[in-house]
Design a protein around this ligand. Structure first.
Ligand SMILES: [Zn+2]
Length: 93
């Protein structure tokens, strides 16, 4: 994966626009539930995920947190993970 750098503002806008102000995991919305949406990598960067549009979605803070800890837990010595995990660091979400 040679796509160094950040998710651009344009890409973020595209993701958030496509989500219509709703979390793409739980469906809660900014308007109705006062959630804060964050652009997240579906497949974490540490797992080989890219900054491409297809790998990005809008999650509320709560889902994003939950997803992180979920990935962390299955990342811990689970052979079935199978994503070519290298080193785990939680820095680049
Ligand atoms: Zn959510």
């Amino acid at each position: 994966m040679q796509d160094e750098g950040q998710v651009t503002e344009k890409l973020r806008a595209s993701v958030l626009h496509a989500a219509h102000g709703r979390c793409e995991m739980c469906g809660r919305s900014i308007a109705e539930h006062a959630v804060v949406l964050q652009v997240d990598h579906k497949l974490p960067r540490d797992w080989g995920g890219t900054n491409s549009r297809e790998n990005l979605w809008a999650l509320c803070e709560q889902c994003n947190r939950g997803k992180k800890s979920y990935f962390s837990s299955i990342n811990a010595g689970d052979d079935e993970a199978g994503y070519g995990v290298q080193e785990r660091s939680c820095s680049d979400w």
